[in-house]
Design a protein around this ligand. Structure first.
Ligand SMILES: [Zn+2]
Length: 109
C-alpha cells in the first residue's frame, strides 16, 4: 500500500484544522488527501495510520475518540511553519515537537 507523506498530512491540518479547539478525524484528512492529484491517481487505499501514530508519539496529535475505523483528534499546540536550514523545504511542526526531521532531506529541523 502506498504511504502518504507526513508533510501532506501536516499541511492539511495546518490549512484546515490549526486550532486546539477543533476536532478532526482521519476520515476528514482522507477527504483532503483525495483532492491531491498524486493521491487521486492511485487506485489503492491510502495508508496513513502509521504517520498519524508517529504524530501522536511526537506530541502533535491528541487522540480523543475512536468509533470503529474513525479516529478523532485535536492538536496539543497549533502548528507553525518551519523551513529546513539544509534544503529550504518548508513544512509544519508543533512547537513542542523536538528533533523532528525534514521530510525532504532528513536533516534535523
Ligand atoms: Zn531539508
Amino acid at each position: 500500500m502506498p504511504n502518504v507523506g507526513s508533510h501532506d498530512i501536516r499541511k492539511i491540518i495546518f490549512d484546515n484544522f490549526n486550532d486546539t479547539d477543533v476536532r478532526f478525524s482521519n476520515d476528514e484528512i482522507l477527504g483532503y488527501l483525495n483532492q491531491i492529484d498524486k493521491y487521486k491517481e492511485l487506485d489503492d487505499v491510502l495508508d496513513f495510520g502509521d504517520a498519524l501514530l508517529e504524530m501522536e508519539k511526537s506530541g502533535m496529535l491528541r487522540p480523543i475518540a475512536q468509533n470503529f475505523n474513525t479516529r478523532y483528534y485535536r492538536l496539543w499546540n497549533t502548528l507553525e511553519q518551519a523551513t529546513c536550514k539544509a534544503c529550504g523545504f518548508s513544512t509544519y511542526f508543533a512547537p513542542n515537537e523536538e528533533g523532528e526531521a525534514c521530510p525532504q532531506c532528513g536533516a534535523k529541523m
